[in-house]
Design a protein around this ligand. Sequence first.
Ligand SMILES: *Cc1c(COP(=O)(O)O)cnc(C)c1O
Length: 470
Amino acid sequence: MNNRLYGNLIFELSRPGRRGYSLPANSFGKYSTADLPETLRRKEEAELPECDELTVVRHYTNLSHNNFGVNDGFYPLGSCTMKYNPIINEEIAARPEFTAIHPLQPDFTCEGSVAVISELRKMLSELTGLYDFTLNPMAGAHGELTGLMIIRAYHESRGDDARTKVLIPDSAHGTNPASAAVCGLEVVEVKSLTDGTVDVEDLRRLVAENQGTIAAMMMTNPNTLGLFERSIPEIAELIHAEGGLMYYDGANLNPMLGACRPGDMGFDVMHINLHKTFSTPHGGGGPGSGPVGVRKGLEQFFPTVGAFNGNFGVYIKALVYILTLGRENISMVGPLATLNANYIKERLKDVYELPIEGLCKHEFVFNGLKDKSTGVTTMDVAKRLLDYGYHAPTIYFPLLFHESLMIEPTENESKETIDGFISVMRRIAEEALSDPEMVKSAPHTTPIGRVDDVLAAKHPVVTYRQILSE
Ligand SMILES: *Cc1c(COP(=O)(O)O)cnc(C)c1O
């Protein structure tokens, strides 16, 4: 038996009559419940867990130990940019001058906060080469939708109602076609070449085929394979000549910081994930922010897509992060993220299959182990990494390869940390040959072993009552 209460639900720790609190005697007399209409009152007592305080403290402390975050260890989750979020961001965002204001307060009573918004807009414009930003959208996908709404409004304002199609490369993040569909636009898929970049000849054919109906081309750069799309100037010229606009998915702007700007490359509209590139903790569904920037002349089409000013706390963290780094250091972000990714790739490509050779940007994709004869899959490698205390890379995405293993180290990691990861990845490759069954049955040291994720997705058990009845 484990001394820790791992795996127990708070309901299982409950004992009738146990108390962890005491309330003062009711001093409101008969008015305490009398005002609640009968229909709103409980017919039975609420089934709440009954525990002593120490049990509750231990329960939640143990649960927190089951979590793994950037502050616990290396977290090379591709496409997610799990970089370190400096503590000073949190300290400043938590100051009462920011947290104690009300969203309906007149601007002149909270000029500092208004200045945070305008400063951040200016800095994002400078970093991206676009004219202005709305900070309103709450996440990346929300930014995509907002950007597409701007593009649609632009075409409609010119009476160009037939432009309902969006060209999207087959390597795109799944949110791109989803956002286009939610915006009522039709997706036209553009093929990739074997080197992973957009097939410009396929695009040329699609542009000719869909003349007069193309609203925009959505691109991610570096793309989902971590590759720089070298044909962007040519693509932008093609789309603009056709009357469409260029949309840039800047969720992963990290590798571009200090290298180049979407506005200079011919993009008209873009979003940024502040929670990836500009250091706000994410994962687990915390608040994000997906500002949308536009070329001059499109700012009149900014819609309001969220309540009040959006997720203001995230703006503070982004601004503090940008100011902390300063002009000189922020231009090191992209180059260092790129260096780290290439270093890992080159040190592992003799044992992991690298489907696309050459220089990558901030991330790259392996197609599982090079030696496939053992039957050890990408899933097994990912699970075995947990035994060594690492968060797994992104697996089975992008869909272009069967055994995708997508690694993004970010710029923050020390050489020692990266070397440690490389040696563990090499060790797992050796274990796959010497003891494949052990790797296939990993993880062996985590509180919970391998879960059936298909069952969990198809029949999620989300309430205690459901657990009891199953
Ligand atoms: C993360 C990501 C998104 C979506 O961002 P959310 O904040 O999760 O909605 C879109 N595109 C790309 C390329 C991404 O990496």
